[in-house]
Design a protein around this ligand. Structure first.
Ligand code: ADP
Ligand code: MG
Ligand code: ZN
Length: 487
């Protein structure tokens, strides 16, 4: 079993430092400040009203469920939920009809949390604040870039969709770790029910702040912020590229300029987009049309106690029950594929928990989920394997059949021609062999241990290769023990 280790890709002498800003769309029925539908993929500009179009005189009313979802996210990330207020973040862009975004600035709803990676590393969460999404611009012609486009189309369906932005501390140390973080965060967001976690639909969008520093340094280097990664894989590629670019720059005697860079998926490069904007560029001021948000203590408690078990808790439970280390790859895989209940069921019937985890993390994971496997049948199979009624290879075969077509393991085993060798059947095979070779048996009983191999070979021949031979030594020793006791 391999444990989760980062493939540290940073050249020696340097350390990578990454902080991620993840935008997550909330799964509410309606938008953050109006009653328009919050849905992906509807015809353009069909889910709009005076509020989300920013028409004069319209007033926002906050969506209670969006606040609850934001709290769920904060609490799942071990943040403190605080009284918060909204600000206007002013900038001009055609997909933002009001020319400002309602966001949270210096008094966000969730602060100071953390998230545990499956590797066991704890990553700090600075804040998880609420804001509204912008609309979506499509540049037509010129390869989709604004500069060469013939014209641009704007869809305001997404304008005003509730978002939570989760800002990590600069605690991540490699591209691999950044990928683990997004994977884990997505699993948490989905578990809370606050998000569908779909990166391909833009429900989850990741910006990466990347810097490098000499490995011995205790201060951070200058960072660049990378945007436009559409998958966890491109996040990893973009970070690796950016780290190499910054190290090459520094080693050549140059310096990193703080800026926003755009990831180009096709070229596999980042390119400068704009110099880093400062808070004062946005002319933040408190949103006068909304009252401060101060969830009551009882609301916060109710939300916290209704949270489902989160991935890290589930990993701890599976590890504890099976005796495997909590940071083992297999345990993480079982939880990621939602197979915990199979492990628990196996342990309940007295099967080997670690064996259950291994079968799930290998055979079942390779199948990409439980398919038609049910916990009952899985438990019966594990018991057959541990009673040596099936060899390991046979058990794997039977399991693959169960995944595809379901069914009872014993029936599948016999249909595959695996002679069910119960320990009883194995025992009688051993007794027959002993009876056939009394001289060898006497010498074995007298202590000539090397004859064990001889007997295993004979048992293998007698059972036509269908026995699970790993049980044979124990059975031989048991017979030797009782033989040497009798006169
Ligand atoms: P800003 O106000 O410019 O958005 P923040 O201080 O809020 O900057 O940080 C934004 C993100 O950048 C956070 O995720 C943080 O962890 C990360 N970050 C800050 N400094 C560095 C650095 N030197 N290297 C890498 N990431 C950093
Ligand atoms: Mg920021
Ligand atoms: Zn609206």
């Amino acid at each position: 079993m391999t444990d989760l280790v980062d493939s540290a890709t940073t050249p020696s002498g340097w350390e990578t430092v990454i902080g991620l800003e993840v935008h997550c769309e909330l799964r509410t029925q309606t938008k953050l400040f109006c009653g328009c539908r919050n849905a992906f993929g509807d015809p353009p500009n069909t889910n709009v009203c005076p509020v989300c179009l920013g028409l004069p005189g319209s007033l926002p009313v906050i969506n209670e469920l969006a606040v609850e979802f934001a709290m769920r996210i904060g609490l799942a990330l071990h943040c403190r939920v605080e009284p918060s207020i909204f600000h206007r973040k002013n900038y001009f862009y055609p997909d933002m009809p009001k020319d400002y975004q309602v966001s949270q600035y210096d008094q966000p709803i969730n602060v100071n949390g953390w998230l545990d990676l499956p590797t066991g590393r704890r990553i700090g969460i600075e804040r998880a604040h609420m804001e509204e999404d912008t609309g979506k611009t499509t540049h037509v012609g010129g390869g989709g870039r604004i500069h060469d486009a013939g014209y641009s189309l704007v869809d305001y369906n997404r304008a005003g969709v509730p978002l939570v932005e989760i800002v990590s501390r600069p605690d991540l140390r490699s591209a691999a770790e950044a990928r683990y973080y997004v994977d884990e965060l997505r699993a948490i967001l989905v578990a809370t029910g606050a998000s569908d976690g779909k990166m391909e639909e833009g429900s989850l969008r990741v910006d990466a702040n990347v810097s490098v520093r000499p490995a011995s340094s205790s201060t951070y280097g200058t960072r660049c912020e990378i945007k436009n990664m559409n998958s966890i894989r491109s996040l990893g590629r973009a970070v690796d590229y950016e780290v190499a670019r910054q190290i090459a720059l520094l080693e050549a005697g140059g310096r990193v300029v703080q800026e926003t860079r755009h990831w180009n998926e096709v070229e596999g490069t980042t390119r400068s987009m704009r110099s880093k904007e400062e808070a004062f560029d946005y002319r933040y001021f408190p949103e006068p049309d909304l009252v401060p948000l101060a969830p009551s203590a009882s609301w916060v408690t109710a939300v916290a106690s209704a949270l489902p078990p989160l991935p890290a808790d589930r990993r701890a439970r599976v590890a504890g029950a099976s005796g495997l280390p909590v940071c083992s790859d297999a345990v993480a895989t079982v939880v990621r594929l939602d197979l915990d209940s199979f492990v628990m069921a196996a342990i309940d019937v007295g099967a080997d928990g670690a064996l259950a985890v291994r079968r799930l993390a290998n055979e079942v994971a390779a199948f990409d989920g439980a398919g038609r496997l049910d916990p009952d049948g899985f438990c019966r199979l594990l018991l057959m394997e541990s009673r040596s009624e099936l060899t390991t290879a046979q058990a794997r075969d039977v399991l693959r059949h169960m995944l595809v077509s379901g069914g009872d393991p014993a029936a599948i085993a016999s249909s595959l021609g695996f002679a069910a060798l119960s320990s009883g059947a194995l025992g009688s095979a051993i007794d027959e062999v002993i009876a056939l070779y009394p001289g060898e048996w006497e010498r074995f009983v007298a202590g000539e241990d090397k004859l064990q191999g001889f007997f295993i070979g004979k048992v293998k021949a007698a059972t036509g290769g269908n026995a699970d031979l790993k049980a044979v030594p124990a059975l031989l020793r048991a017979r030797r023990g009782s033989a040497s006791l009798s006169p």
